[in-house]
Design a protein around this ligand. Sequence first.
Ligand code: SF4
Length: 357
Amino acid sequence: MASHPAAPVSLPRLDSPLAASVVDSDGRYDGIVPDESWAAEVKRLARERNAVILAHNYQLPEIQDIADYTGDSLGLSRIAAETDADVIIFCGVHFMAETAKILSPEKTVLIPDERAGCSLADSITAEELKEWKSEHPGAVVVSYVNTTADVKAETDICCTSSNAVDVVASIPEDQEILFNPDQFLGAHVRRKTGRANVRVWAGECHVHANINGDELARRAAEDENAELFIHPECGCANSAIYLAGEGTIEPERVHMLSTGEMLTAARKVEESKPSSKVLVATEVGMLHQLRKAAPDVAFEPVNDRASCSYMKLITPAALLRCLIEGSDEVTVDPDVAARARASVERMIAIGNPGGGE
Ligand code: SF4
């Protein structure tokens, strides 16, 4: 196996007429207006570095619009692996940039602010997973892609929200499964597969967990004809199934979708029912892409406070600073990367990886 550098590559600082950044009261890089001169400078610096800019669907609209590609975490990592660019600038959270590094070990991966973490990925550490495994010898570990490289390295098969059910269904019926870290996605998988031997870690994303069932029921009652797009990580996902089951919400209105599947579904609504309304239960950044994909459909958030503060650390000033200074670099130990890559590749071999969050 080829050995890959884990040590940071020191990129030279580039000159720019725009000041890199100041820091606001919340500690975010600030002080830059995302106007045309900012956009032109970002593009110029990216060309000088031979860098590709990737933006997750939950990023600020101006970051999504300046990026070369916008999408979900796994889809972006696969684009990163295929590009000829020397440098990948991942506008998202840290585990996503790590996944890009795992799949592209020979490339330099930068994140505009390395403090962009993830409460879901932080729900389980590699040490906690090792201990859980030791309590259930022989169990198969299935981890959502929203995990650190260290956790992926301790994982048998990764999954996304698109294929979590297929991944679990591919494992022999009598084999115990340790599913982590998201309890809502785990409950969805258990319900869909009907398997009692899926043990679920009690992790959650604080943003998705706050989109709750009461709020969903109220919004669905206010807009009786609106379709509901729900990410299975949401706290309301179980409630949506329950409310549909007992007839409070018509089951045909409820669509459990990954972020990538939401865009496909949005285009279908635009064709079949333009001028209709869709209530969206996921992080509010997703609305920008949905409105671009289907401009005649009215998309509204189930909870307009569902904004990920980690994602929003990637500001226009942070992106500019990243390009000028060539930082923050994301590295993964080569041994960890190889084991983590194997768990991602096992998932891809099962098919339909979609993109997860
Ligand atoms: S929305 Fe939740 S799962 Fe997604 S990056 Fe933010 S904290 Fe993590």
